[in-house]
Design a binder for this molecule. Structure first.
Ligand SMILES: Cc1cc2nc3c(=O)[nH]c(=O)nc-3n(C[C@H](O)[C@H](O)[C@H](O)COP(=O)(O)O)c2cc1C
Length: 333
């Protein structure tokens, strides 16, 4: 019997789950484990300092993909904003390596769509509202990643409970992948019930054995609850969700003391560079610079586990969740 889920078809995977791209966190090993488990993993091109390193990572992923017994796939996340001066070079490398699919964020994905099409690769685009969805729809993206409130990273303002059906209403033919606030099978089923073709999960995979971030960061994911997540524009200029650590509180206090005058002396790019440099330090072991990006799902994460175990549990939970919704509980014959 053939399966009808659109994301399974579009990406040639077994289960419609994506391991979301995470700046400084995602790595080849995590994505390989995702593919081995029959889902898709996505890696941000900016996790590599040079084009050569990116090319090597893509070679490794292609080699694994072609030998993998299960149907898994991988994609690359491209930041298509003008501040990303690496965009052209990274896209060129991705095209050469025939990356199977792309997730673009923060800008105009036109070039990516145009080029990816030359060899049949799919392009999905992060959207947080209908206006942006309208623009990228006109460009001809293959689908949307609906980034809802509570997501790790650049979370959107709207709950996916509304954003997913709203996107469906406005663009009935465009597949929607839900991202943000999902960390178990019931969460996945809820998004599928709303009409999403699949889900993209980030924060849950920070607490994986394979994530090469400090144990302190992983412990913070396990120990924190949703009350500990706040939004700050301090790192990239746009609001990003982070764990409200004592380090962040001190930084904010210093900013407030310094006042807006000194802040204004820095250009946008300088602030972005400073933010990225602080983030880079934060993921290193034993660093007091605790600026840790994470979403609300920290509330549901209780342990650090291998990627394979995390995915197996999600699949099991999804099956149980589907079985638990029984028609006879709601309707009489
Ligand atoms: C640590 C971290 C880094 C992220 N980096 C990126 C990124 O570089 N590019 C991007 O498009 N999204 C990024 N995101 C967002 C994720 O791709 C995804 O949309 C989000 O994690 C989904 O929400 P969840 O964390 O509630 O699962 C990041 C998220 C986290 C937690």
């Amino acid at each position: 019997m053939s399966r009808k889920n659109q994301l399974i078809e579009l990406l040639s995977i077994e289960t419609p789950i994506i391991m979301a791209p995470m700046f400084l966190v995602s790595n080849v090993n995590m994505v390989v484990e995702a593919m081995r488990s029959g889902i898709a993993g996505v890696i941000p091109s900016l996790n590599y300092l040079t084009g050569k390193e990116l090319a090597q990572a893509l070679d490794d992923l292609n080699e694994f993909k072609s030998s993998n017994e299960n149907r898994g796939s991988y994609g690359v996340n491209l930041i298509v904003q003008s501040t990303n001066i690496r965009m052209e070079e990274d896209l060129k490398i991705c095209l050469e390596k025939k990356v199977p699919f792309y997730i673009t964020s923060l800008g105009n994905p036109e070039k990516v769509v145009e080029q990816a099409r030359t060899y049949g690769a799919k392009v999905f685009c992060d959207v947080t509202n209908i206006r942006h969805a309208q623009r990228v729809n006109e460009i001809g993206v293959d689908g949307f990643v609906a980034v809802g409130s509570g997501a790790g990273g650049h979370a959107g303002p709207y709950s996916n409970q509304l954003l997913v059906p709203a996107l469906q209403k406005h663009f009935p033919d465009k597949p929607v992948i839900a991202a943000g606030g999902i960390a178990n099978g019931k969460g996945i089923l809820s998004m599928l019930a709303l009409g999403a073709v699949g889900v993209s999960l980030g924060t849950l995979f920070i607490a994986s054995t394979e994530a090469r971030v400090s144990d302190e960061y992983k412990k913070a994911i396990v120990d924190s609850g949703m009350k500990d997540i706040i939004m700050t524009a301090r790192l990239s200029g746009a609001p990003v969700s982070i764990i409200n650590t004592p380090f962040y509180r001190k930084l904010k206090e210093q900013d407030e003391k310094a006042g807006t005058a000194s802040k204004n002396q820095m250009t946008k790019l300088e602030r972005l560079e400073e933010g990225i440099s602080m983030l880079e330090k934060s993921i290193q072991p034993g660093n007091y610079n605790n600026l840790w990006v994470a979403g609300h799902t920290v509330e549901l994460i209780d342990e650090v586990r291998p990627v394979k175990d995390i995915i197996n549990r999600l699949k099991e939970e999804l099956k149980v969740a589907i079985e638990e919704v029984r028609e006879e509980d709601f309707f009489e014959d």
